[in-house]
Design a binder for this molecule. Structure first.
Ligand SMILES: *Cc1c(COP(=O)(O)O)cnc(C)c1O
Length: 369
């Protein structure tokens, strides 16, 4: 078994955070924030009480502008294209409700599409069209190109890394096919940003702060290319301004926290972060494959830190998830089929360590499983 790459990143990530009360293998749900991020959020809230909410926001404006800029940079767009919102789910709802496509328009998705995204597409009166994929749920690029040429849908909606399976979709190739055929591309990076390079051309990109970027909860973002934004109709305001897609009031302190969290991600070095996270995924899968009959769903080399485990016959995933937390202090995720109704047939256990996981913690999980 190979040692985890960039051990210094693991140590600094751990040292930057409060001491965990459990073995936290649940970053795909919600990462642990750093002390600096926690302090910045608290400081802003305190400043609101001292000088007034709007005055505090005004004094944070240069920092928030920097936040828009670094966030946009991660997805290849500009500061002026960023709309902060409350979550990835709120972003996708805002996007499809303000697009106002004709009822029944088709939006191409993968079989493993996230339930909330499907719900937002349907709620806007649109029809999800399921694309061809391989056994792992990875898009069939030739079939995609054929289908977009023969009978183009209104949009392609691609979730780069799904919530129930840590398989990376070929974003670069999908982007290329969409541009060649003129079909708008909407990208869900909620699970991908911070672990996969998302600096790839798209029309709309949305995600959340609290997962791999380790920012505060209750903050998300929708980043809109200007030419695409011109087709949207915000509830109020000028579609030329991305901020027209924001709510008037917001968790400004949370946006401050996200800005700092992205700063920490950039300071750590996104490439090194990705390398270590990929190494963690590999080490986790090597340890857990076949342990007590559990099977790893992802290929061992998939460059993602999360591992999905399918239970052996007769083992209850819900009970295992509870037992790990209550008896062993190990926090994991229980993924029920409703999370990805088109792909997940039975509950699975998700193990999602961040940079600070130790080999001893992975060994502990293997031994209690
Ligand atoms: C978590 C997640 C979402 C929803 O994000 P929220 O911030 O909880 O609304 C959407 N898509 C994927 C792939 C996710 O993992």
């Amino acid at each position: 078994m190979s040692a985890l790459p960039h051990p210094e990143l693991g140590a600094s990530w751990r040292a930057a955070r409060p001491r965990p009360a459990a073995v936290h293998l649940d970053s795909a749900a919600c990462s642990r924030q750093s002390v600096k991020v926690l302090d910045a959020v608290a400081h802003h809230a305190r400043h609101e009480a001292e000088v007034g909410g709007y005055q505090a926001e005004e004094s944070a404006a240069p920092l928030l502008q920097q936040g828009r800029s670094v966030l946009a940079g991660l997805v290849g767009l500009a500061a002026a294209d960023v709309a902060f919102c409350e979550s990835a789910s709120s972003a996708v709802r805002i996007l499809f409700s303000s697009w106002q496509l004709p009822a029944g328009s088709r939006v191409a998705v993968l079989p493993g599409e996230y339930h909330g995204n499907l719900a937002a597409i349907r709620y806007a009166g649109l029809q999800p069209q399921v694309l061809a994929a391989d056994d792992l749920g990875r898009v069939d690029l030739e079939a995609l190109a054929r289908s977009l040429r023969a009978d183009p849908p209104a949009a392609v909606h691609l979730t780069v890394v799904a919530s129930h399976r840590a398989v990376v979709q070929p974003l670069v190739e999908v982007s290329r096919i969409c541009r060649a055929t003129g079909v708008p591309l909407v990208v869900d990076v909620a699970q991908a940003l911070g672990q996969v390079d998302c600096d790839v051309p798209a029309d709309a990109v949305y995600g959340t702060s609290r997962k791999w970027l380790a920012g505060p909860r209750g903050v998300g973002f929708l980043v809109l290319r200007p030419s695409f934004r011109a087709r949207l109709t915000p509830v109020q305001g000028d579609p030329a301004e991305a901020t027209s897609f924001e709510t008037h009031d917001a968790h400004v302190a949370g946006r401050v926290g996200l800005t700092l969290a992205i700063g920490e991600h950039l300071a750590a070095g996104p490439v090194a972060v990705r390398q270590r996270l990929a190494g963690i995924g590999r080490a986790t899968r090597e340890r857990l494959e076949g342990v007590a009959g559990w099977r790893v769903v992802e290929p061992v080399d998939e460059p993602t830190p999360a591992t999905t485990l399918a239970a052996p016959d007769g083992v209850d995933v819900t009970e295992t998830h509870t037992r790990l937390r209550v008896e062993h202090g190990i926090v994991t995720t229980l993924c029920l089929p409703s999370r990805a109704p088109g792909e997940l047939a039975a509950p699975v256990l998700r193990v999602s360590p961040h940079l600070d996981v130790t080999e001893a913690e992975l060994d502990q999980l293997a031994s209690v499983l």
